[in-house]
Design a protein around this ligand. Structure first.
Ligand code: SF4
Ligand code: SF4
Length: 115
């Protein structure tokens, strides 16, 4: 029956089923990645997010959750200018986090995981 609307797909995830292996590799290389409190200051000050939609905070959340779809393309938006590193209240090495996430996702693609 056509009700004239659709119910949105749930965005809920089962955290016990999340593959955190890539995030664990990230933390080994950049320990400050665990200090993020998702405050969003980095996204608010981001140079790249002004002309186009881009959020480092969003990228981090997706990476932690093991949700990698379209993440490489979003991360490529970052210019590694480092402004977010200066603004972060937790001292997260944001540029290193972004670079390492890019590398880990590239490695993952190279060995043909389904993304
Ligand atoms: S500013 Fe720092 S603590 Fe806040 S969301 Fe960004 S990386 Fe995380
Ligand atoms: S390093 Fe990347 S995420 Fe951080 S402010 Fe610059 S463009 Fe934005």
């Amino acid at each position: 029956m056509d009700w004239g609307y659709e119910i949105s797909k749930t965005r809920g995830i089962d955290l016990d089923m999340v593959d955190t292996s890539l995030f664990e590799k990230l933390v080994k290389k950049v320990p400050s990645a665990t200090k993020c409190i998702q405050c969003g200051t980095c996204s608010a000050t981001c140079t790249a997010s002004n002309p186009i939609p881009f959020s480092f905070r969003h990228c981090q959340i997706m990476f932690r959750r093991g949700q990698f779809e379209n993440l490489s393309a979003e991360l490529d938006t970052c210019m590694l200018c480092g402004k977010c590193s200066l603004a972060c209240p937790q001292g997260v090495n944001t540029r290193a986090v972004i670079s390492t996430m890019r590398l880990l996702l590239t490695d993952m693609n190279d060995i043909n995981f389904n993304l």
